[in-house]
Ligand binder design. Structure first.
Ligand code: 4AD
Ligand code: MG
Length: 436
């Protein structure tokens, strides 16, 4: 008998052998002479078969009365079973209980339906469910693909600070933190400004970390803490951003389709929708987007930003993500390079995902001229002192440069086909949720 335990994910390599699995009881079916404990171990699930006739009385009774989510090691013989989900079952020989969940305080999440608030309050346990497990695996795949895409294309990872002295994306959505000796700092909204400095040192960079927005929006697309990956390139323009963003999304989609089919099946994701995500993506201007929206009955006026409903309406027109470019400068942040022909437009682009998932990428070309940048900082009433170092980038070897940010959670929600962004991160932070 082996002492070290085998991962359920590796079970195929042990066909016919006696192995020990270490996990938790996910579910249990039983009748008088046989019981079927379903074990999960964080790598997969397997049905075990315990026959009363083949086991010591005590072992059989222990298993038969085992409670949901008790921790248990089960030893038995691996048997190929084509009807089983993973292709194998385990014929139980012995078991060792590490902790038996008492009957009086049963595991709170049962196979019956629970309300979303209850599940969110028990998020630390809910993560063990089949569905949350599948989402977590897709998230991991999206992040791995994102990193590989940049790593394999000449980008250097340079992480940016979380405590920052100034706003990047507007002063109304900053979380203020008490630092030392009366100094105030803010939780970062984006690593972009630092990324721009890093790009002048490394050429092509990306940062990937948590970002924060004190947005009082209670929508299915907003978190107050979310993870953003942000590439930035020196000697680059708006066109380079569009190409890079499209390449990234195609790469992520292919990876998820190639490696996470089983998880997508658990989530009942319509994979044909993802298989249709190939380049080139449609590209339209803000002007054209407004025309489409008005034709579809939206009351949007030229010059205002798109709301969530506008994004959904726009996405209905396309089976693939759509790139919307050249927004009115007034709806965009202070750092956008203006269009040479129509300076009232910002050289920015948003990628709107299909199926109503909204904006997943936002970015564009940055102002590289010192005087113009200074003017914008003043127009936006931003504190010049805090931006001196940022202005330095325009004093010492300034070049056109561009980049974007992709919200990991929005991308994962779309890949998984989820109703709400809250399930895409282990511990979501939202307007009315900071626990557990
Ligand atoms: O469009 P945003 O605000 O762009 C920036 O922050 C730029 N500084 C990025 C850059 O150019 N380096 O945010 C980028 C993306 C959005 O497209 C969206 O996917 C995600 O971040 N995002 C959010 N995701 C979840 N909850 C929120 N409250 C989000 N706000 C933005
Ligand atoms: Mg945006």
């Amino acid at each position: 008998m082996s002492t070290a335990h085998v991962r359920i994910a590796d079970i195929a390599r042990h066909d016919g052998q006696t192995v020990t699995l270490a996990g938790w009881l996910y579910n249990l079916r039983k009748s008088g002479k046989i019981c079927f404990p379903i074990l999960r171990d964080g790598s997969g699930m397997i049905q075990c078969v315990a026959l009363k006739a083949n086991l010591p009385e005590e072992t059989f009774e222990t298993l038969k009365s085992l409670t949901q989510e008790s921790s248990v090691k089960i030893t038995g013989k691996v048997r190929a079973e084509h009807r089983a989900a993973g292709g194998y079952e385990l014929d139980v020989e012995s078991c060792e209980i590490l902790q038996r969940v008492p009957e009086e305080t049963p595991y709170p999440i049962t196979p019956k339906e629970h309300g979303i608030d209850f599940l969110m309050d028990h998020r630390h346990l809910w993560l063990r469910s089949r569905r949350q497990f599948a989402i977590g695996k897709v998230r991991h795949e999206v992040i791995k693909a994102t990193r590989d895409y940049f790593d394999d294309n000449g980008f250097t990872l340079v992480d940016c600070p979380i405590f920052t002295p100034a706003a990047c994306e507007g002063t109304t959505t900053l979380f203020e933190v008490d630092y030392f000796e009366d100094e105030k700092v803010y939780l970062t909204q984006s690593g972009q400004l630092y990324n721009e400095a890093n790009a002048m040192a490394f050429g092509k960079v990306y940062c990937f970390g948590p970002t924060f927005r004190a947005e009082k929006s209670k929508t299915r697309r907003h978190l107050t803490e979310f993870w953003m990956v942000e590439p930035e390139m020196a000697y680059a323009t708006l066109d380079d951003v569009k190409t890079l963003a499209e390449g990234l999304i195609c790469f992520i989609t292919q990876r998820v389709l190639a490696n996470r089919r089983a998880e997508l099946a658990v989530l009942e994701r319509d994979v044909s929708k993802l298989a249709a995500i190939t380049g080139p993506f449609p590209r339209i201007s803000y002007d054209e987007a407004v025309e489409i929206l008005r034709r579809k009955g939206s009351a949007i006026e030229w010059g205002s930003d798109f709301g969530g409903t506008d994004e959904t309406l726009l996405a209905e027109e396309f089976a693939r993500p759509v790139l919307v470019e050249k927004y009115p400068a007034q709806v965009k942040a202070f750092y956008f390079q203006p269009d040479a022909e129509r300076p009232e437009l910002a050289l920015g682009v948003d990628m709107i995902a299909p199926e109503g998932y909204g904006e997943i990428i936002g970015g564009g070309q940055r102002i590289h001229d010192y005087n113009l940048l200074l003017q914008r900082i003043e127009e936006h009433h931003l504190p010049k002192e805090a931006f001196e170092w940022y202005l330095d980038l325009r004093r010492y070897g300034s070049v056109p440069h561009a980049g974007f940010g992709m919200g990991i959670e929005r991308c994962v929600a779309w890949m998984c086909g989820l109703e709400h962004i809250r399930e895409t991160i282990a511990y979501p932070r939202m307007l009315y949720r900071t626990r557990p």
